[in-house]
Design a binder for this molecule. Structure first.
Ligand SMILES: [Fe+2]
Ligand SMILES: [Fe+2]
Length: 331
């Protein structure tokens, strides 16, 4: 079968990357007196009334087992491991990350439910540092700028001709808000990193929790500086952007000097049954050919076709970036 068939590819991938997101691990731990506030009270009520019946650890465990059976080269987790951003949740998420894979095989970034509200001096998501920092092969791309504290993003992980560039869009927000923000410091560094990686001809895969373009998320749920991020991507290019947050499957294309950038959202990996516009649990598996003039990307979606069913292949398609003003193709 050829690329033109649009359903499968006859290339041998150089790298396979699994992408899952929004696992929202339960159950909720007890909330300490110093962590209660209006935002957490509303989030706690929402979890007890509704969300704890939707997100299933059993379903997530089956998704993770299926990922292991597919034996990807790397696994990316784009945030919302927690629910109320509590230290005990960060601990539980760390245990889950370690079970998912070694830091060399698993990259994580925070979501708005991980950096949710105040936690005082607690290290919070910094507990995930081994899974949330540059790898040795990418040490150079950590840029010889001081990197500490909230300047730990973006970080780069390099795997041969592939580079993962990980952003943090999560910031503490007011009650009933799930907005995100990248900030000027990350955007400036992102631009320089994309230029350096692009000049080497690497496939640049950007990870972010929130949808990265304006208009992709509903109000009070969106990335506040999406305009600025869209401009950085348009100027400096990338080959693939992966995100979560909306709990839906989505695909958009964004022009850049190196071609149209596919921007792909993945649903939650633990939702036990359909909920509003959110499909039941799934993840994405990317088969990537890196040694071509044009990158070859095949997306395989695997998950629940129906509640209580097995994990199956739901969709398989080629994502074919094009250059210049060509019309992007997705089969
Ligand atoms: Fe989420
Ligand atoms: Fe989110």
């Amino acid at each position: 079968m050829t690329a033109a068939d649009g359903r499968s590819a006859d290339f041998t991938p150089d790298f396979t990357l699994a992408h899952l997101s929004d696992v929202h691990l339960g159950p909720l731990p007890p909330v300490g007196a110093r962590h209660w506030n209006v935002k957490r009270l509303l989030g706690w009520l929402n979890w007890q009334r509704r969300r704890r019946h939707l997100y299933s650890r059993d379903v997530l465990d089956r998704i993770v087992a299926d990922i292991a059976a597919q034996a990807p080269d790397h696994i990316a987790v784009t945030g919302d491991l927690a629910n109320l951003g509590l230290p005990a949740e960060h601990e539980a998420a760390l245990a889950w990350l370690r079970a998912l894979g070694d830091p060399e095989r698993v990259t994580v970034i925070p979501g708005n439910h991980d950096i949710y509200s105040r936690i005082g001096a607690d290290p919070g998501t910094a507990r995930w540092h081994p899974h949330m920092s540059a790898n040795t092969a990418a040490a150079d791309y950590a840029i010889a700028e001081a990197i500490s504290g909230d300047q730990a993003f973006p970080f780069v992980r390099r795997f041969g001709r592939l580079a993962i560039i990980a952003l943090n869009s999560a910031v503490p927000t007011r009650p009933l808000y799930a907005i995100g923000r990248i900030g000027k410091a990350q955007l400036d560094r992102l631009a320089r990193i994309l230029d350096r990686l692009g000049a080497e001809g690497l496939m640049r895969v950007v990870l972010i929790h929130h949808p990265p373009l304006p208009g992709l998320a509903k109000a009070r749920h969106d990335l506040q500086d999406a305009d600025a991020l869209a401009e950085v991507l348009a100027r400096h290019g990338a080959e693939l952007v992966l995100h979560g947050h909306e709990h839906t499957a989505s695909e958009h294309w964004h022009p850049s000097p190196s071609g149209h950038i596919p921007i792909i959202g993945v649903p939650s990996a633990s939702l036990a049954r359909p909920h509003k516009k959110e499909p039941p649990a799934r993840y994405h598996l990317y088969r990537l050919a890196l040694d071509t003039n044009r990158p070859m990307i095949e997306l395989i979606s695997r998950g629940l076709a129906e509640p209580d069913g097995p994990i199956v292949e739901l969709e398989r398609r080629l994502i074919v970036p094009t250059t210049g003003a060509d019309r992007p193709l997705s089969h």
